[in-house]
Design a protein around this ligand. Structure first.
Ligand code: ADP
Ligand code: MG
Length: 344
């Protein structure tokens, strides 16, 4: 038999590694918006302004008034697996920030033209750094307010396949609005602004009442049908609102679940919700809800999914039971049978 030629095993260059990593977390412009908003929130910002053009493929600009970064920190922030959010190795098991993988900026910078301008409170002058397709230029001084401005242009310019899979600007804008909505709902303590081209889409001032933020997004019908939910035990706290059965939907998209401030999707918790509404909804209808679950970080593993949309509970059965029980308890005292809506 003829000898087979052995394939060469090669160590990939860092830039290609980052592009591969970007494939996991940066699927479309909305993924960039999500990652950057999370960073701005982690930076302690109280005001965050998002501006997009061309569905985010031409421009995504996010300006915050958070802690900012120094000139020395900027290149590090762009390096892969570099984060300020895991101060020691133990922290991975009780993550309290939205980020911790240290991959987002490296990934975004490898598939776009990224400019960061940033200044900390103690610095008189800000710094600017530019990355094009993973090639990082040295930082230079620039004038800017305290906080950080991120500008992303030409997303996926060097990854033709990803670029081809982009939908129309209108569709991409829709995904961005959804990502923005989830983060703005989860953080009523932050003033959020969203501009699309020269149009103002949302201007959401800080509020203490979560229902204000909810009605700013979804308006009267939903705001009027909110039924408060509140339940506490030593470890699991559940709060927020479910909606009157009359505002049910044909799909589960309006079921907003936030776990320790992070928007999540969880089949088991969705099941508990539907179970609680059993007999109150027409077949095939889905309830609308805005629920926050808070529990010690040790009870959750957020490190199972690159975008952290799904999490794993150490005791999923207990969380399920607690949610179902607190919804049922509230429904009993609300006389939901009076609230069953007209057939859809
Ligand atoms: P992660 O959020 O997982 O740490 P990122 O790549 O998203 O990773 O960000 C890397 C680091 O850059 C962060 O840990 C943080 O120190 C810094 N950083 C990113 N965005 C901001 C921002 N808007 N304000 C201040 N620091 C930021
Ligand atoms: Mg991040």
């Amino acid at each position: 038999a003829t000898a087979k030629t052995l394939p060469t095993i090669r160590q990939l260059p860092p830039n290609l590694i980052n592009q591969i990593a970007a494939g996991e977390v940066i699927e479309r412009p909305a993924s960039v918006v999500k990652e950057l908003l999370e960073n701005s929130i982690d930076a302690g910002s109280t005001r965050i302004e998002v501006s997009i053009q061309g569905g985010g493929t031409e421009l995504i600009r996010i300006a915050d008034n958070g802690c900012g970064m120094t000139a020395e920190q900027l290149p590090l922030a762009l390096a892969s697996h570099a984060t300020s959010k895991l101060p020691d190795d133990e922290s991975l098991f009780h993550v309290s920030t939205l980020g911790f993988r240290g991959e987002a900026l490296a990934s975004i910078g490898s598939v776009s033209h990224l400019t960061i301008r940033s200044r900390t409170e103690t610095d008189d002058c800000g710094s600017e750094i530019n990355v094009r397709g993973g090639v990082i230029e040295p930082p230079a001084p620039c004038g800017c307010p305290v906080g950080t401005v991120m500008e992303i242009r030409n997303l996926f310019f060097n990854t033709p396949v990803r670029h081809r899979f982009l939908k129309t600007a209108q569709t991409e804008k829709g995904h961005i609005v959804e990502a923005f909505t989830r983060l703005a709902l989860a953080n009523p303590q932050v003033h959020f602004v969203l501009n699309n081209g020269d149009k103002l889409v949302h201007d959401l001032p800080v509020t203490e009442r979560w229902s204000d933020r909810i009605s700013a997004f979804f308006g009267g019908e939903i705001a009027e049908s909110l039924i408060p939910i509140k339940s506490d035990d030593a470890q699991i706290r559940i709060s927020g609102y479910v909606c009157d059965p009359s505002v049910s939907r044909g799909n589960a998209r309006m079921q907003y679940l936030f776990l320790n401030g992070r928007h999540i999707r969880d089949r088991s918790l969705q099941h508990a919700l539907v179970e609680a509404y059993r007999g109150l909804l027409m077949v095939g209808r889905q309830p609308v809800c805005f629920l926050r679950l808070d529990m010690p970080a040790e009870m959750i593993d957020v490190n199972v999914h690159p975008t952290k949309l799904e999490v794993r509970f150490t005791d999923g059965g207990r969380v399920y039971a607690r949610l179902l029980q607190s919804l049922r308890h509230q429904f009993l005292s609300t006389d939901m049978t009076q609230r069953v809506g007209p057939p859809a």
